[in-house]
Design a protein around this ligand. Structure first.
Ligand code: COI
Length: 453
């Protein structure tokens, strides 16, 4: 039966198993119609060799990093270059997704059965199938259709992060912290990379076709999604303003959670550099949000709270931003009292960050998993979603955090955004006084993707 029923064996067992176990599991698996009907089926003798099977379908598992050329050739775009960009995205994405499918398949069985993980696997599997069948793009009409297709997939994948985060939090007791964090790191970096490629191509296409982009403003020069003269001070001001317009703004919240601190910006105020604005603003927004929350909580009910200071430093190859607050530091902030070291805030393991397994957090992740919104939203979209979210649907979020908060992914994601092009994020806590966050971002054009996918 097995020989006549080609089947991809989707999971490694993750524990020593007897032949009986293996047969039992195989029998269970091959009765799943969805899997058995899947078009990319491995023959029994190939089951361990995913790469060679992908090769049979013309998919080379070697991934190609984003190059300076791909990023900046948009400066002088032509139809031919746009086709090159489309076909690069078309062929590169399934390769990167295939690697992540392989990572998911290699997880222990108990992890794959956790809520959320199967959903992510299905989304990736389906995207992989769609990409590998997608025909070559040869003209502008093809590209229009391809862009539509990309937009649909971006939308479909909106809930990947909460699902993954939920599944892996629930799996935390079964995975050593390093294994769990490494897995999450690879999944998240790879996801950023895929979305960067996709959104860059969409933005290049819109510009070439003369379409006004809803997502990117043209008040600053830009090639695709890279702003070539990104004004750091302006982004910090924007994030501070948006945070005050969010749910933090209401009067009852002010009474309950303390006065909103001002954000004072100092240093090299004219700094401009080449970078993806969404990445910079995501990081700044998350750090300011944490600082505002800590400062308000520490100083309530006083109506005079110390300001948060954002310092901008212009280096030769990179720019630095330090965000300093007087919110009491990590160990005195109520929510972080179980954290031993600031870097544990980036961890997805409950061993390092006990909040990962708290019921309230799992509950928030569950409700976010069923929504479509993603953590890739621009800060504008985040604030809009705050404003649309009814408070009663979002219990426990009154402490100055929005619909994305309490998911516990803001800091890990900021860390991944900062390191994606080779930068860094360090958090230093002066317990009893405040927290300093140091962000270093390379000026794009010198560094590109820091990792292989
Ligand atoms: C993701 O958002 O996880 C993706 O992989 C999107 C990409 C396939 C367009």
């Amino acid at each position: 039966r097995w020989n006549s029923y080609p089947y991809v064996f989707p999971l490694s067992l993750g524990f020593p198993a007897s032949a009986d176990h293996v047969h039992a599991i195989i029998l269970v698996k091959i009765t799943l119609p969805q899997q058995a009907a899947g078009p990319l089926c491995l023959q029994r003798d190939q089951a361990s060799d995913f790469a060679s099977t992908c090769g049979q379908f013309g998919i080379n598992l070697e991934s190609h990093g984003l190059t300076v050329l791909q990023v900046f050739f948009g400066r002088s775009m032509s139809e031919e270059r746009l086709m090159q960009s489309a076909n690069y995205v078309r062929t590169e994405l399934p390769v990167r997704i295939a690697h992540r499918l392989r990572d998911l398949q290699a997880l222990p069985y108990i992890v794959v059965t956790q809520e959320g993980v199967a959903k992510v696997y299905e989304l990736y599997w389906s995207a992989f199938e769609k990409f590998r069948r997608y025909p070559s793009i040869t003209n502008l009409q093809d590209n229009e259709r391809f862009c539509e297709f990309l937009r649909e997939i971006l939308d479909e994948h909106g809930s990947v992060i909460p699902n993954l985060s939920l599944g892996l939090s629930l799996s935390s007791p079964y995975l050593p912290p390093d294994t769990l964090d490494l897995f999450m790191h690879r999944m998240l970096v790879s996801r950023i990379s895929r979305r960067v490629l996709t959104q860059h191509h969409l933005a290049l296409s819109d510009t070439y076709m003369g379409k006004k982009s809803l997502r990117y403003t043209d008040s600053e020069p830009r090639v695709g999604i890279i702003y070539t003269g990104l004004d750091v001070r302006r982004s910090i001001e924007k994030c501070a303003k948006l945070l005050k317009r969010g749910p933090l703004a209401s009067e009852s919240d002010e009474i309950e959670n303390g006065t909103m601190p001002e954000v004072v910006i100092e240093g090299n105020l004219d700094t401009k550099f080449s970078y993806i604005r969404e990445h910079l603003e995501y990081i700044v927004f998350e750090l300011l949000k944490n600082s505002m929350r800590a400062t308000r909580l520490k100083h309530r009910p006083s109506s005079s709270v110390p300001p948060i200071t954002a310092t901008i430093a212009l280096g030769t190859n990179d720019i630095g931003i330090r965000i300093s607050d007087q919110g009491g530091g990590l160990l005195t902030v109520q929510n972080h009292k179980q954290i031993k070291s600031p870097s544990d805030l980036f961890s997805f393991s409950h061993v390092r960050n006990p909040q990962r397994m708290e019921d309230s957090r799992l509950g928030t992740l569950r409700s976010a998993s069923s929504r479509k919104e993603g953590v890739w939203a621009t800060v504008h979209e985040q604030v809009e979603s705050w404003q649309q979210t009814s408070r009663k649907d979002d219990p426990g979020q009154k402490a100055g955090v929005g619909s994305h908060a309490q998911l516990g992914i803001g800091l890990p994601m900021s860390n991944i955004f900062a390191t994606y092009f080779g930068g860094s994020l360090d958090i230093v806590s002066l317990d009893g006084w405040g927290t300093d966050a140091y962000v270093r971002l390379p000026k794009l054009g010198t560094n590109l993707e820091a990792v292989n996918f």
